[in-house]
Each structure stands twice: as C-alpha cells, then as structure tokens.
Design a protein around this ligand. Structure first.
Ligand SMILES: *[C@@H]1O[C@H](CO)[C@@H](O)[C@H](O)[C@H]1NC(C)=O
Ligand SMILES: *[C@@H]1O[C@H](CO)[C@@H](O)[C@H](O)[C@H]1NC(C)=O
Ligand SMILES: *[C@@H]1O[C@H](CO)[C@@H](O)[C@H](O)[C@H]1NC(C)=O
Ligand SMILES: *[C@@H]1O[C@H](CO)[C@@H](O)[C@H](O)[C@H]1NC(C)=O
Ligand SMILES: *[C@@H]1O[C@H](CO)[C@@H](O)[C@H](O)[C@H]1NC(C)=O
Ligand SMILES: *[C@@H]1O[C@H](CO)[C@@H](O)[C@H](O)[C@H]1NC(C)=O
Length: 574
C-alpha cells in the first residue's frame, strides 16, 4: 500500500516538472536539430512508458503465446540442472537466484507467498505456476571465453511443446549464461505488484556479432577494482562479452608489473592507492570469465606512453629545440615524445614486458594501440633523422610502420600465438600484418563507413567503435543515434561485411571517474549492446524505447546507479 501511494506522488511531481520544462525542451530541440522528436512526447506522465517483462537486448526470435503467463512462486522457485554442469554454471545459478529474489525488493511478503493470489488466477491468460527452470547444458563446460564461443540458447516457458514447464537448453556454458540473463529479465512483477509473472514464451537466441565490447580507460582517471567488477555485471546484463581494458596511457600507469615494478612505482598517480596489483588483475579476469566475458588489455604504443618514461631510461624519444644561435646544433628541450623506434634495446624491453602481459592475461587477443602518433618530436630529433636517412626512409609514417612491424613480430613470436588488435592508423599508414593475426579497430568518427570499406577490402577483420564514444555527451536522449549505427552499413561485398566481427562502446575518462563512470555508461551502452547482439532489422526506436525504459529500471532495481534514458519518467518497483 505504502509503495503504491509513493508511486502516485512521484507521478504527479514528475509531470509537474515535465510541464514547466516544456519550453526549454522545445528550445533545445531546435538548437540541437534533434530528429527524434516523435519520441519526445510532452504532457502528463512519463515520456515513455516501460514494458513489463521484456528482455534487452531483443532476442533473435521471440514468440509469445497470446496473453498467457505463469506465476513464479519465489519461495519455491529453483533451477534444476538436468545434464552437464560445472562451477561456472553452479555459481551463475546462485547469482541469478539472488537476482530473481531481489526483484522488487519492497515486497518480502510477495516473495514468501505460496498460494497464487486470486487476482492473478482470474486474470486472462493465467496458466498456473512455474516453480522450476530446467537447465539443460548439452556438453561439458569450456573454461575460458573465446572469440568463437557459442552463445546460443533456447528458452521455453510454457510453450505448446513444453506446457507448464520452463526449459533452458544450450550447446555450451556460454549459452546457458546468456539464457539465464534472459530468463531473469522475463520474470517481472505484475503491474499491480500482486505476483511475479513470466509470459509464455519461446526464445531462440544467438548473437549477431561475436565481439561486443566496452572500453574503459583507467589512465586518465583511476577506476577502482569495485567499479570494474560492477561494470562486468552490467556488461553481462547486456550480453556484452569483451572488456577492452585501456590500462595505461600518457597520464598514468596503474598496472603493477612484476618484472618492472617501477613502471607503476613511478608512473601511477599514486603507487600505493592508484594501482592494480597482480592479484586485482587476476580477480578481475576471473570475475569476467565467470560471466563469459573476455578481458583484453591494451598497452598503447608508441604514442600515448608518457607515463612509461620515468621508469625506463631512453625508452621515449628526446625532443629537441633549434638553437637560437645560427649554425648551432639543436639541443634537447627536456620533453619526450613517442617511444624511440631507433633503439634496439627498446624492443628487448618491450618483448620482456609484453611477455609478462601475455602471461598475465589469458585471452588470445592483445591490443597494441598505435593511434595518434605525434611526429613532431621525431622530426626534431637529429639522431632519428640520421637513422631514417640510413634506412632510406623519407616519411615519418614509414618510421611508425617500422616500429609497429617489429612490435607485431614480437607478439607473433610468443608461444601463446596472440592476435593483435590495432587502432586504424596502423593500417592506414601502411603497416602490413598477416591477416589472421590482427583485428583493426576503427575509431575515427569521420568517414568510418569508408574506412570499414577500405580495411575490409584489404582483407582485414574489423571492429567498429566510431559510433559509440560514450564519454561524449549531449543534451537529449542520445541513444537513438547510437542505436542507428550499423557496423555492416558500408559499401562493400558480402565477404567484406563478414569481416566485421563486432564493435564496442568506449568510455574515455578525461571527465569521468568513479563518481560517474557507470551512470554515464549505462544504459547508454545498452544501445550498442542491442545493435551488436540483435538482428539487424531490430532498429525501430519507437518500439525499443519502452523496452529500454524497463531495462534501465531493471538495472536500477538490481542496485546500479544508471542514468535516466528517455527523458521525464519514473521507475516502479525500485
Ligand atoms: C491488481 O490486484 C488486485 C488485488 O490485489 C486485483 O483486485 C486487481 O484486479 C489487479 N489488477 C490488475 C490489473 O491485475
Ligand atoms: C544431455 O546431453 C547429451 C549430449 O549432448 C544429449 O545427447 C542428451 O539428450 C542430453 N540429455 C537430456 C536429458 O536432454
Ligand atoms: C629547425 O631549423 C631547421 C632549419 O632552419 C628547420 O628546417 C626545422 O624545421 C627546425 N626544427 C624545429 C623543430 O623547429
Ligand atoms: C639505401 O639506398 C642505398 C642506395 O640506393 C642502398 O645502397 C642501401 O642499401 C639502402 N639502405 C637500406 C637500409 O635499404
Ligand atoms: C579509402 O581508400 C581510398 C583509396 O585508397 C582513399 O582515397 C581514402 O582516403 C580512404 N578512406 C579513408 C577513410 O581512409
Ligand atoms: C546507413 O547509413 C546511412 C548514412 O550513412 C543512413 O542514411 C542509412 O539509413 C543507413 N542504413 C541502415 C540500414 O542503417
């Protein structure tokens, strides 16, 4: 009762605010030229009304059987493993049991209820209660998530072939994880909080793209282990499967190396508090593994490496300034540029250091960066000039190519046979890499469709990030723009489209730290999550908005501070 009164009050406050803001809204719409106006309904009540018990991202196939639904009696509910299992599955069942039980925290009474409420029993479509979800894994578990993992599953809730039963079937443990997430989203409160319901549904699901990532930058601002773990939870709740960890950059070096402890000792913002210990890293990798998420570290070189400098003598190029006295040699100006590519000992260092990285992170992929190399310091340095003349190099791009080529060879020489990911410039500047041992990370906002065409025409596999730089914020609901971007929407053959293996959302942290990382990222990142998982024809913003509204409320109810996504509104059951 108390909860319902509260909700009514919230509605009236919200609509009062919505009314006073109308003029401002229309002004801003004009200014930003936003064309999602239809979506922005004004007047009494929330702008978008949430759905009830609809999943995000939208499954590939989902059939509903009329208005049919079953009531889940939480006090009796359990998962029943009917075939293979392993620790990862057992832990996931515990986790999802807690998530289900946590749903609608206000109604302890509802959770304990054994007898289905009369109101539910007389509702059209009532099909009895569902106390068991059978979990049928058809093979033994794989240990590490990987680039070809099978994430498909089928979920049958009171279908004609399985009346009054709930069954989750998957070929692999990864499919079971994804299916459990879907099931946990289908279970919802009835609109008036008299029971937990699940609609009679047949879901047959698999991802459209195999690579669906979130990039977090932990150099511009340090993000604590707790935030990274919470982000992994949120990724799992959006079926994303790769954590692209941009660990270090110019500003700080928070990764604690065993072989070179002075890297974080001298390069972290604070070597005691702003570092990831080896144990932290192991814990993050394990937490991700249990959720079917790969952890791909990025050690961006040769640019973006100022924080490496203090620990490794002569690693960075010395920059020079011209002497003011005519005829004098230039002199070092005390600043440093990208890694000095002319020094053999730098490659020996990189081989040892990256060897440690490869031992630490079990994923087959390693991100080598290679973006935004500033040539001005190389240009100023007379030794670099002499080296280039000696090597018959006339362009600084060739020097960058020389460096990246050697780096890629180092990575290829590791017995673990890693695949390198590089930012697009590496390929734009003509570095030639064996096609199966590299993924090209397209990130520049301009002409990304043309770039995808170019990269795949050369036969490289590609990842698209350009559309999803979520650190960039703007007035209004920006997710429809993210939602509209399709990684296969470029001019090219079917074979070229196949080479796009996915994409990701990036959160660079110049203006982001623990206080706002998760709320800025979610649920805005849910838009690319659905784009990368669901079928290409799931693209109607009007249809998606109420489902996203529910998803945001769901994440909030599960305890994550995620921001409003559709303008004025409110969440029930929080
Ligand atoms: C809501 O629940 C009450 C009883 O708790 C019931 O009388 C009413 O019909 C229900 N309304 C709907 C729309 O389900
Ligand atoms: C268990 O898995 C095996 C192997 O895939 C399969 O043949 C069998 O039908 C499954 N058992 C049940 C009860 O579904
Ligand atoms: C230094 O002077 C030379 C000759 O005047 C010029 O070509 C070069 O661009 C200058 N370099 C810098 C870094 O200013
Ligand atoms: C540079 O060019 C000269 C003249 O063509 C040639 O003799 C020399 O071997 C070249 N050096 C390298 C490193 O390719
Ligand atoms: C794509 O390739 C064409 C032909 O080489 C080139 O002119 C164009 O600039 C490239 N586009 C991008 C975005 O790099
Ligand atoms: C593809 O992108 C163009 C803009 O470059 C856009 O107009 C078009 O609607 C997009 N098509 C799809 C299917 O997303």
């Amino acid at each position: 009762m108390i909860a319902r009164v509260f909700v009514l009050i919230v509605v009236s406050i919200t609509s009062a605010l919505a009314n006073t803001n109308n003029n401002e809204v229309s002004e801003s719409l004009k200014i930003s030229g936003n064309n999602h106006r239809n979506h922005f309904v004004r007047g009494l009540g929330p702008h978008v009304r949430q759905t009830w018990g609809e999943p995000w991202p939208e499954p590939q196939r989902r059939t509903l059987y009329g208005e049919n639904f079953m009531v889940v009696r939480m006090a009796l509910f359990r998962f029943k493993v009917t075939n293979f299992t392993c620790d990862m599955i057992d832990l996931a069942l515990k986790r999802y049991y807690d998530i289900l039980l946590g749903a609608g925290a206000e109604s302890q009474k509802l959770k304990m209820r054994l007898v289905v409420n009369q109101a539910e029993r007389v509702t059209t479509g009532y099909r009895g209660h569902l106390d068991v979800l059978e979990v049928n894994l058809l093979s033994s578990c794989e240990y590490l998530p990987h680039d070809n993992m099978d994430e498909s599953y089928k979920l049958k809730i009171d279908t004609p072939t399985r009346p009054n039963r709930g069954v989750l079937v998957a070929n692999s443990n990864w499919g079971i994880l994804r299916g459990l997430e879907t099931f946990s989203q289908l279970v919802h409160h009835s609109r008036n909080h008299s029971a937990f319901r699940v609609k009679s549904t047949f879901v047959q699901d698999f991802p459209r793209f195999s690579f669906r990532s979130i990039l977090l930058d932990t150099s511009r601002h340090f993000l604590s282990k707790e935030i990274l773990l919470k982000n992994l939870d949120l990724m799992a709740m959006n079926k994303m499967n790769a954590f692209h960890w941009h660990l270090v950059d110019d500003q700080s070096f928070p990764f604690e190396s065993k072989l070179y402890p002075e890297l974080s000792g001298k390069g972290a913002y604070n070597p005691y508090t702003h570092v990831y210990s080896r144990q932290d890293v192991a814990e993050i990798i394990e937490y991700a593994r249990l959720r079917g998420i790969r952890v791909i570290p990025e050690f961006d070189t040769p640019g973006h490496t100022q924080s490496w400098g203090p620990a490794v003598p002569d690693l960075l190029t010395k920059c020079y300034q011209n002497s003011t006295i005519a005829g004098r040699q230039p002199v070092p100006d005390g600043t440093f540029g990208p890694i000095d590519p002319t020094q053999e000992k730098n490659y020996r260092f990189l081989k040892t250091f990256l060897g440690e990285v490869v031992d630490t992170f079990p994923d087959k992929y390693l991100h080598l960066g290679g973006d935004e190399v500033d040539f001005s310091c190389w240009k100023s340095n007379p030794d670099i000039g002499a080296f280039m003349r000696n090597e018959n190099m006339t362009r600084y791009e060739s020097l960058e190519e020389y460096y990246m080529q050697k780096l890629v060879e180092i990575v290829a020489s590791f017995p673990e046979k890693k695949v390198s990911i590089v930012w697009q410039e590496v390929i734009d500047n003509g570095v030639e890499i064996e096609k199966d041992s590299v993924l090209v990370n397209v990130w520049k906002g301009w002409h990304y469709q043309e770039e995808l065409g170019n990269v795949t025409r050369m036969g490289y596999r590609a990842l698209l990030y350009s559309c999803w730089y979520l650190d960039m914020i703007s007035w209004n609901n920006d997710w429809p723009g993210y939602y509209a971007c399709d990684p296969q929407n470029f001019t090219g053959s079917a074979g070229q489209k196949e080479l796009v293996v996915g994409g990701g959302a990036a959160l660079w942290t110049e203006f982001v730290d623990e206080t706002n990382a998760l709320s800025r990222l979610w649920p805005r990142a849910s838009a690319p999550a659905e784009r990368l998982w669901s079928s290409a024809d799931v693209k109607d913003v009007e249809k998606a908005a109420p489902r996203l509204e529910e998803h945001r409320c769901r994440l909030l109810r599960r305890g994550y501070s995620v921001q409003p996504v559709n303008g004025p509104g409110f969440c029930e059951q929080v």
